[in-house]
Write a protein that binds this ligand. Sequence first.
Ligand code: C2E
Ligand code: MG
Ligand code: MG
Length: 553
Amino acid sequence: MGKQGKKIDAKRRVETDLIALGIATAAILMFVGTGGTVLPQIVRSWLTGVAGPDTLLMNALLLNIALIIFGMRRYRELMSEIEERRAAEAKAKRLAEIDPLTGCLNRRSIAPATDTLIQKCADKSQNIAFLMIDLDNFKQVNDLYGHKIGDEVLISAAERMQAILSEDALLARLGGDEFACVVTFDKASPDSVDQIASRLISAVSKVQKIEGFPVEITMSVGIATNILDARIEETPPDAQALLHRADIAMYQAKKQGKNRYFWFESSMESELRLRNELEQGIRRGIANGEFVPFYEQQVDLDSNELAGFEMLARWQSPDLGLVNPSIFIPVAEEIGVIAELSEQLIEQALIDARYWDPKLTLSVNISPIQLRDPWFSQKILKLLVKHNFPPQRLDIEITESCLHENIGVVKSMITSLKNQGVKISLDDFGTGYSSLTQLRTLPFDRLKIDRSFVGELNDEDASEKIVNAIISLGDGLDMPITAEGIEDDTILSALRGKGQLKGQGYHYGRPETAAQVRERLERLELLVNVSEVAESGDEAGLTEPTEKKQAQG
Ligand code: C2E
Ligand code: MG
Ligand code: MG
């Protein structure tokens, strides 16, 4: 039955109930009227044997009695119907406030329940703490064992937390793997909240077996209280504000390595705002082409000749100026736009490098996240073909942290790139944990000694030993070496004579724009004829070097 149908039905029932009520009332009034005359006549006829009252009057009296009984029954039915309806409404309300999986409160009900608790606590001069909880590795559990086990994990997490919380505390599941607790505490002992947070974390993280699978889960917690902070507000925060603050603190806990709790501090809010602005800026920057390649020279240390350039990303932000990759690469990785950003930069670098002498190589850095993309090597090949760039001139630098990834996937990716002719270097070597086995099984073309070792070559004996060790390791594995971070003559002299090395660093100049590179190459007579490049230009019309684009932009 539709909503409209139900409405009409209800209206009709109200009308019939009103009529029934009217009839019963009229019947009672008539009973009083007729009964007043008829009943004494009946009694008299019994006592004296005189003829009884008129049959018509008798019938009217009997009808009255029947109508009164009918009215009473309808009234009783009505009462029980109202009772039933009240119970159904209460049940619906309860269901709307409860998370069906865990039986906790839900996102909708936690805020009003918290506000009520705040009211109650104000009378007892107590405070409340709002704990925002997020399970750290729940997605993996779901992926690994399936949703049924995932549900069991959520139920058991809720039970374990409930077991720790006192009677008056609130527990809610806000959705997915997100929970919230609200606990009361004495203003004088906020450390009781710390204790609760620690106990919650250790209770939930206890390993458990679900359907035979050993499931291990950790959680991050953010805490905010309704104690007034006169520096930032005039009135104490309400439930909605507490939820927001606890969420910010929880985000900090995640950022600081998960499996821990953090109290909200007002500085976190501005940090989060900055971070949001940064994220939006990066997304906008990609759409507006604000990311540009800079280039650092790579030199053959023996001959002192230019061998190629390493492309280093820079963000020409209209708000922040020129931004270094250490600021925006990690954020781009986190928000999932690194591949798009990197491909944009590599494409631009391929276009820029077509004006360089063909003997010059182009190195590009890629993020471990890109290596997870099974289409990565196809994407690179497509770009090479599109810009008619010889694969042998391209060198892809991957950092040691890539080796923490699934090593089989990394190996097949490297092999597939190498089959196309692309070179692969291991960047920042010495800072990570690559093992000799990995170095032997992964077919790298080159090792790049991290600048932290090279930079200290001028004074520290120990570092020289490390550099020497890496160089002989490269020799043994038949992998040529590039030394990063050559900052001055002392370092350069220390490196000379240590074998056939390439080097790069501020000694040769800071990373330059595409235009500066072209000027440099022009002086060195290492620029190819621009008209030749234009003739072999690609059909997509993407042959404009970075500086032209920048000028237009
Ligand atoms: P990296 O690949 O090791 O790049 C070398 C970094 O060292 C560059 O910093 C460069 O400016 C700096 N450098 C060069 N010579 C010297 C020197 O003599 N002394 C010192 N102290 N530093 C020197 P930059 O440009 O800030 O890049 C930092 C890191 O960001 C790079 O380290 C690379 O890992 C990453 N990166 C840069 N561009 C990209 C990119 O397009 N994609 C990805 N995924 N990462 C990138
Ligand atoms: Mg590099
Ligand atoms: Mg490096």
